[in-house]
Design a protein around this ligand. Structure first.
Ligand SMILES: [Zn+2]
Length: 273
């Protein structure tokens, strides 16, 4: 019944056994689907290995801005090959991180642009990581055609007041409610995780309350950012339940109703039948 639309079962610090145990816990939980997101060639490969192994696991392949100073063009070619896998549903996570990356901002922008172009070439959904770079992220997405009429023509219309779908996921969105609205008008989908449950998570709550629920996805970004009441521990994909419960409460819907809406949104976005 639940969908974790951005998570890292592939996380490099998990041992083989820990990953197996986590998969069994997922199978025993309410979680029906995850998108296992790569952040470099190696982790993207692991994500596809996970997807091959588990029916409920789908992958995204891409190079995170953290690797901007070390990636090579051969790595991008490798991502292109991995993206041909039938369970590679998106290019990601890609984007800008100016919180940690202060010295490689030029390289980050280059890497980001190259991968938007790759997603356009392959006509695939995109998963965006953006930290301390809100406006520049939007500018680059627009400049590289992530919201072009052509891109929108590749994907079926979606329900609600903003039917154009460019299949751009704003993962763990941390910008303003106004910018979120601008994004969904352009054809993006806003993905929210743990911060919506935090005591200081007012901004994420505002964003969620401002948007029609058709344009929202639930995620964990596990093993990072565990939701309340588990904050501070390593996060797990099935903890997405706490994110969904909070969203249900905020919109005055039952947990089951909210879970089924969010699952339908993510299945549509990632083209999962
Ligand atoms: Zn992530």
């Amino acid at each position: 019944m639940l969908f974790d639309a951005h998570t890292h079962l592939n996380f490099e610090e998990l041992t083989k056994e820990e990953r197996l145990n986590l998969a069994s816990e997922i199978e025993a939980s309410d979680l029906d689907y995850i998108i296992d997101v790569g952040d470099c060639v190696e982790s993207s490969r692991q994500a596809l290995e996970d997807a091959d192994k588990y029916d409920w696991c789908y992958a995204a392949v891409g190079i995170h801005p953290d690797h901007a100073s070390v990636y090579t063009d051969a790595d991008i070619e490798e991502i292109r090959k991995l993206a041909a896998h039938p369970k590679a549903m998106a290019i990601g996570e890609i984007g800008l991180d100016f919180y940690y990356g202060k010295d490689d901002q030029v390289e980050q922008q280059e890497l980001f642009r190259k991968q938007i172009r790759l997603a356009n070439e392959l006509k695939m959904p995109i998963m965006i990581h953006s930290r301390d770079a809100n406006q520049l992220t939007m500018d680059i997405l627009v400049e590289e055609g992530a919201f072009s009429e052509e891109r929108k023509s590749w994907f079926p219309k979606r329900p609600g007041p903003y039917p154009d779908d460019a299949r751009v996921q704003m993962h763990c969105y941390s910008g303003s409610a106004e910018m979120a609205e601008e994004y969904i008008k352009m054809g993006a989908t806003i993905s929210l995780g743990g911060p919506i449950t935090f005591k200081n998570g007012k901004k994420a709550v505002e964003v969620f309350q401002h948007l029609p629920v058709e344009y929202v996805m639930s995620e964990t970004d596990a093993p990072f950012m565990a939701p309340e009441p588990l904050r501070g521990r390593p996060n797990k994909p099935y903890y997405v339940e706490h994110v969904v419960r909070k969203m249900a409460e905020l919109k005055g819907l039952s947990y089951e109703e909210m879970a089924s809406i969010l699952t339908a949104n993510a299945k549509r976005f990632f083209n999962i039948k």
